[in-house]
Design a protein around this ligand. Structure first.
Ligand code: SF4
Length: 183
């Protein structure tokens, strides 16, 4: 079975790739870029993932372009719903490439993270799969959270501090600063 795996970052890819390979799948990674801000951060994550992919012999597709403006236009005035819109864009893009490339399945490393909205990702993935005409592979990769995190630390991978978009960067740094009462 050929599967196209959307990869949000190197550390989150370790465990899902291992599971899929152990299941006998032919895995290709897909790095989606528009939701990772700023651009220098996007490149940092990309470089980490590329290096890891090369080290394990993973085929990797890197999305072309960097449509920061389109990302922002899509979520503006509905920032509270931004994650569902963002998941939808990322999964739709993955499904369409998988369909064009004649893959059997598509999935996402978003299903690995304890910090993402897991059930929402599952239902959006399934809905997108139906509309594009390719099956979404669901697995609760969170079972390997500890293992994946430890391995990424062992490999000294760059581990980011926030999800990706500028809103999540603000939540991570500005809001935690407010909570801590520091300057
Ligand atoms: S917090 Fe993460 S999932 Fe939500 S919109 Fe930002 S990048 Fe996308």
């Amino acid at each position: 079975m050929k599967i196209l795996l959307h990869i949000c970052c190197g550390p989150c890819s370790i465990y899902p790739i291992e599971v899929l390979k152990n299941d006998g799948m032919d895995v290709t990674g897909y790095y989606y870029r528009h939701n990772i801000h700023p651009y220098s951060e996007c490149l940092k994550r990309q470089k980490t993932l590329k290096k890891y992919s090369e080290s394990i012999g993973l085929k990797l597709i890197i999305q072309e372009g960097y449509e920061l403006e389109a990302f922002l236009r899509n979520v503006i005035f509905r920032e509270n719903e931004r994650c569902s819109l963002c998941y939808h864009e990322r999964l739709k893009s993955t499904a369409m490439i998988a369909k064009r490339g004649k893959f059997d399945l598509f999935s996402s490393t978003l299903l690995f993270s304890k910090f993402q909205k897991h059930e929402m990702i599952k239902s959006i993935g399934e809905a997108v799969g139906k509309s594009v005409g390719i099956r979404f592979y669901y697995h609760d990769f969170r079972e390997g959270w500890k293992e994946g995190v430890e391995e990424s630390k062992y490999l000294k991978m760059y581990r980011q501090q926030y999800c990706g978009c500028i809103y999540s960067e603000k939540e991570r740094f500005y809001k935690s600063e407010q909570r801590d009462g520091s300057e």
